[in-house]
Design a protein around this ligand. Structure first.
Ligand code: TMP
Length: 202
């Protein structure tokens, strides 16, 4: 089973991935947490290229690098784990590419969807949590840390990304559960657990 967390930068995904993993491990499940881009030696190298602020990447270069990293992670790690019955929780997956490269950069959505499909080799998330925060909160949180290349973006671009995620959630209401990311860490975790209990019976 693959569970994913999505949302704009600084929405709090990483914390929630760890809290859910802890909960599921306590319930006796075998759980592995991963992040995208990353998770293999090659995908981590691609991540460095993608996030280095001084790297100039055109939208297609950026897009294919994300897909390359995904393809490597899926074939080497996610697929073998899922096939063994292990629960994988991934910090971002293909919805991020639709939101950031499709809606954000304006690449054709059908191209992004097709490449997502092939890069994921038949693996798809059963459940996705979208942590939704307004841009002002993202900017407020960003002021407290140093930013990477992807976080140095214009407001218009980021608004398109936020709306892209929301459109995806409207399109796939059974899979994508929207959670208010401005709530406290504990409240968000509680909501996540309720959904997991209801949908996955764990
Ligand atoms: P992270 O900060 O959540 O680790 O994600 C790294 C950055 O990469 C983040 O700004 C979102 C971006 N990203 C995309 O633009 N497209 C993608 O397909 C993925 C997985 C991430």
């Amino acid at each position: 089973m693959l569970i994913t967390f999505e949302g704009i930068d600084l929405a709090g995904k990483t914390t929630q991935v760890q809290l859910l993993a802890k909960y599921l491990i306590n319930k006796g499940l075998n759980v592995v947490t991963l992040r995208e881009p990353g998770g293999t030696e090659i995908a981590e190298k691609i991540r460095e290229i993608l996030l280095k602020p001084s790297n100039e990447l055109n939208p297609f270069t950026e897009f294919f690098l994300f897909e390359a990293a995904r393809s490597d992670l899926v074939t080497k790690v996610i697929k073998p784990l899922v096939n063994k019955g292990i629960t994988v929780i991934c910090d971002r997956f293909w919805d991020s590419t639709i939101a950031y490269q499709g809606y954000g950069r304006g690449l054709p959505l059908d191209l992004v969807e097709k490449c997502n499909f092939y890069a994921s080799g038949g693996i798809e998330p059963q459940l996705t949590f979208l942590l939704d925060i307004p841009l002002e909160i993202m900017f407020e949180r960003a002021r407290k840390k140093t930013t990477d290349r992807m976080e140095n973006e214009t407001t218009d671009y980021l608004l398109r990304v936020v709306n892209g995620f929301r459109e995806l959630a409207n399109k796939f209401p059974n899979r994508i559960i929207v959670i208010n990311g401005t709530s406290s860490i504990e409240e968000i975790h509680k909501e996540v657990i309720e959904v997991v209990k209801d949908k996955l019976k764990v």
